[in-house]
Write a protein that binds this ligand. Structure first.
Ligand SMILES: [Fe+2]
Length: 602
């Protein structure tokens, strides 16, 4: 179980440290691999004052540079690290700084009504309904969830990071070196014809990261608008509509956090039966719960769970440009690649013209997806083409209530004190259970009717059920050079060594044997694992686990460090103690020094 000091760091305030600020040699314990040159960057909350949920903190971005220069010669003899941490300059932050109050509706936190009481509730309700009717609700611009390397011409080749969250307006460009907020980067829905009030913070990075695929959603009576855009070049960040997926229930859109995609030309959108309750979405479930004027608060923040509906899976064909090429690194520019022949056989292209729909009758919930790969048709056996999608799957969405700040901070206290009667979310003081599992989708058996999907088998666990550490998997990742490949054998996840009410370990999963190995700092809590492969120029063997896993860790005594794990041996080789605590991180990545200098990214 993480200590109180650890939890205080995770939901504390991010102290701003302009940078990159050099750290003293004593900050590095162990031996930092000399070949590891670049920066670990990540996004997350940095101000939880007045907030109710882990997802609500106002955005802060952090960067830890390793062996980047300034004396570092890359041979390991000089282990040099730098640090920077900044708050994102959003409207949500500026208005809160000016008024001292939460200004926008966040995931679970709503602004206080004015005047307090029913008159204020009625005024807020009228305002929200008017905004919904006008199609422009005032959602937050708090871009706290992910950081995507991009390159826009106006920045003169300077490497940038796109900070994003789950509204199109929560989109800001950040200087990848100093972490200064450069500018707001909200898309123009009128110009590009991609409408939508919500989106995902997980654009799929295809073709070596040059192309981003994502979707927005319209509501009510809407659905998901899949689009693609380039991450660099003249048309960087301009969206192009690809497909539309109608909602399962017209008045109750599903909440989908992430999806899977592959360079082979498919996006796979998995829709657990977790439906937004529009009243709760607009007004705030917690405000309803406190006795506001609209009853019927949802059980899961602003969502309702209807397991009887099962999980709908949509396989969306992507245009040929997205399917071009199989080997991306070190190759030519986008125009040449776009003109290359698609990797999909012609008969499969015919099959993939329309979106295919499937239904898993047994409900499960998921935030995140790992590997996704195509198994081509086998003429010898008569087997049709299949898509495999790896997912960190929960039985239900109770994890959304686990991540409320009250139970997170209460630690091991009895359940009755911690949940406050907020619905069926909690069953114990333990963090919900989840498994890393694989969906296998037969592409020749899909339905093109979204209201009549073809049956699909539930995901099959990829780890042995008897392993003591096999019942929590989150933030799955893998060697990026093995993404999209059927022969990928290893995944790395946030893991839980129980008893604990949150992820408190990192695990390496061997998908061939089902075995797993964990690393943890007792009393501490790591965040998302990031795999950095050791390239051939750096003496790498090309083996899938030849590299390191990096993660931010909230320390048991307070404060934070970055842990460096040898991925093959699964042991700690170094840690970098940071000069300021880093609150809970959601997502980020690694920017290699060479790519950063050239204006590229991880
Ligand atoms: Fe996420």
């Amino acid at each position: 179980m993480p200590t109180d000091a650890c939890r205080a760091t995770l939901v504390g305030a991010a102290r701003e440290v302009p940078g990159p600020q050099p750290l003293p040699p004593s900050a590095v314990q162990g031996e930092l691999p000399g070949w590891l040159r670049g920066a670990l960057v990540a996004n997350g909350g940095g101000d939880y004052d007045g907030m109710l949920h882990l997802f609500d903190g106002l955005a802060s971005v952090v960067r830890v540079g390793l062996n980047e220069g300034g004396g570092g010669d890359g041979d390991g003899s000089k282990s040099i690290a730098t640090f920077a941490q900044r708050m994102l300059r959003t409207q949500a932050r500026e208005r809160k700084a000016a008024t001292g109050k939460v200004a926008y509706r966040e995931f679970a936190t709503s602004p206080p009504v004015d005047p307090p009481g029913l008159a204020g509730e009625a005024r807020a309700l009228f305002s929200q309904l008017a905004q919904l009717a006008s199609g422009s609700p005032q959602f937050t611009d708090n871009a706290s969830v992910n950081l995507i390397p991009v390159e826009v011409p106006a920045a003169g080749g300077r490497p940038l990071l796109l900070a994003v969250s789950e509204t199109p307006g929560a989109s800001y460009l950040v200087d990848a070196r100093t972490l200064e907020t450069v500018r707001h980067a909200a898309p123009d829905a009128e110009a590009d014809g991609v409408p939508g009030m919500l989106t995902t913070a997980h654009p799929a990075r295809l073709r070596g990261g040059r192309e981003l695929v994502n979707f927005t959603r319209t509501l009510p009576f809407g659905g998901m608008h899949v689009y693609r855009m380039a991450s660099s070049g003249r048309d960087a960040l301009k969206r192009e509509a690809v497909a539309f997926i109608p909602d399962r229930r017209k008045m109750s859109p599903t909440w989908v956090h992430d999806f899977a995609a592959t360079d082979d030309g498919y996006a796979v959108i998995v829709e657990p039966p977790l439906y937004m309750n529009l009243a709760s979405l607009m007004i705030g479930g917690d405000r309803q719960r406190k006795g506001g004027i609209v009853p019927g608060a949802s059980d899961f923040v602003f969502m309702d769970w209807r397991p009887e509906d099962g999980v709908r899976v949509a396989v969306v064909p992507l245009p040929a440009a997205a399917a071009a090429g199989e080997e991306e690194e070190g190759e030519g520019e986008g125009a040449e690649k776009a003109a290359a022949a698609p990797a999909i056989p012609k008969q499969q292209q015919q099959q993939q013209k329309k979106t295919l729909y499937f239904l898993v009758p047994q409900a499960f919930f998921a935030f995140h997806f790992g590997n996704c790969f195509l198994v081509k048709a086998d003429a010898a056996t008569g087997g049709g083409p299949q898509l495999c999608v790896d997912v960190a799957a929960y039985d239900d969405p109770a994890i959304l209530n686990d991540l409320r700040l009250a139970p997170l901070l209460a630690g091991g206290r009895p359940l009755g004190e911690r949940r406050g009667g907020h619905g069926p979310g909690g069953r114990s003081g333990e963090v919900s259970r989840s498994r890393y599992a694989r969906l296998t989708i037969p592409l020749d058996r899909g339905s093109t009717d979204p209201s009549s999907p073809a049956p699909l088998a539930p995901p099959v666990p990829l780890t042995r059920p008897d392993a003591p550490d096999a019942d929590f998997a989150e933030f799955p990742t893998l060697n990026p050079r093995f993404r999209g490949r059927a022969d990928s054998r290893y995944a790395y996840v946030l893991n839980a060594v129980r008893p604990t009410n949150m992820g408190n370990a990192l695990a390496k999963l061997d998908l061939a044997t089902g075995e797993s190995k964990t690393w943890r700092e007792p009393g501490g809590a790591p965040g998302e694992p990031v795999f950095v492969p050791r390239g051939a120029a750096e003496g790498g063997t090309g083996a899938e686990d030849d590299g390191v896993v990096l993660a931010f860790v909230a320390a048991p005594e307070g404060g934070s460090f970055v842990v460096v794990l040898d991925a093959r041996e699964w042991r700690e080789v170094a840690r970098v103690r940071l000069p300021a605590g880093v609150p809970y991180r959601f997502h980020g990545g690694w920017m290699p020094a060479a790519a950063a200098a050239a204006g590229g990214g991880a």
